[in-house]
Design a protein around this ligand. Structure first.
Ligand SMILES: [Mn+2]
Length: 314
């Protein structure tokens, strides 16, 4: 990973900026959304800020503050001079990214991310190996002396907690925990946030868990397991991958989720040295060493065959 641009470089640019668009990847997770909202809060005092989030599931973050500047549709009338993209290793991760492809050089793009495969698409790139964009922003706000309100602290704590599996994954460092502790001092309520994330499963989520268990295939010899969620399944918000990763002695976990015919979302998790980001890249996806994803525009059987064949041939 190339070194991170200076936070002061970000600050110097933002000083001269007036209209800022903030966005993240499609199907945003809590790190993406929490980061966008806290950043918008930090900048909105003397700037006009809009957050553009597509394909989000509002139910997943009911507990997070939902400010009025969050938009589902691209704000065509908003003439932004700066576009900040959070939690995206490349611009193509943004839904309808043609809206922010900067061929006319009419705005500055700022890339704030923590994915190892980031391609440094921004004019300013704040990209580093850290648990979450939430932790990166906490570090930046602290270094730049930007005040963190209780609402921002809640968003940042939720972002970090989400990307670290409630402070359980190998991306947690001493600094991650110190940051979280400081966010609690600043007003984040860990019990409330964790309870909102964990004890929020619906009946549909449990139906999905049942489907995931029924369709689970365990290959003990090769240390991987996968399950399939067919398109006719109920829509839930539970992360099935986080459920099946609890399997003991299985290092590589895969969930094939058929969104519609010829549209399959694949989640990959590794609990060993297997780099799932590299596997995902073979099929046009990406992510982190231990957590990655792929979107296939193929039917379910074909993408399962291709991916499983590749995994078994490694
Ligand atoms: Mn993230």
């Amino acid at each position: 990973m190339k070194p991170c641009d200076d936070y002061h470089q970000f600050n110097n640019h933002i000083k001269s900026s007036k209209q800022i668009l903030i966005t993240a990847h499609q199907y945003p997770d809590t790190d993406a959304l929490g980061s966008c909202i806290s950043l918008a809060e930090a900048l909105s005092e003397d700037k006009t800020v809009k957050v553009w989030i597509t394909k989000g599931d509002a139910k997943e973050w009911e507990y997070l503050p939902k400010p009025s500047y969050v938009e589902k549709d691209f704000p065509h009338d908003f003439k932004f001079d700066t576009c900040i993209v959070c939690d995206c290793s490349n611009l193509e991760r943004v839904d309808q990214h043609e809206h922010i492809q900067n061929s006319a050089h009419s705005f500055t793009t700022i890339n704030i991310d923590h994915h190892a495969d980031n391609n440094f698409f921004g004019d300013i790139n704040l990209v580093k190996s850290i648990s979450s964009v939430g932790e990166l922003l906490f570090e930046m706000f602290t270094e730049l002396g930007i005040p963190i309100s209780p609402m921002m602290a809640t968003c940042l704590y939720a972002a970090i907690s989400f990307d670290t599996g409630r402070f359980a994954y190998s991306n947690v460092t001493n600094k991650t925990l110190t940051s979280a502790s400081q966010l609690v001092t600043l007003g984040a309520n860990p019990h409330h946030i964790t309870q909102s994330m964990e004890e929020n499963k619906s009946e549909r989520d449990f139906q999905l868990i049942k489907i995931a268990i029924d369709n689970l295939v365990i290959n003990k010899n090769q240390g991987f397991a996968y399950t399939t969620i067919p398109k006719k399944s109920p829509k839930g918000s539970i992360k099935i991958i986080d459920f099946i990763r609890q399997l003991k002695d299985i290092d590589l976990l895969i969930v094939f989720q058929e969104l519609q015919s010829k549209l399959v979302k694949v989640n990959l998790r590794s609990k060993s040295d297997v780099n799932v980001s590299k596997i995902a890249q073979q099929f046009g996806g990406g992510g982190h060493n231990k957590a990655a994803g792929i979107v296939f525009n193929k039917d379910l059987e074909t993408c399962q065959l291709e991916l499983l064949q590749y995994i078994q041939s490694r």
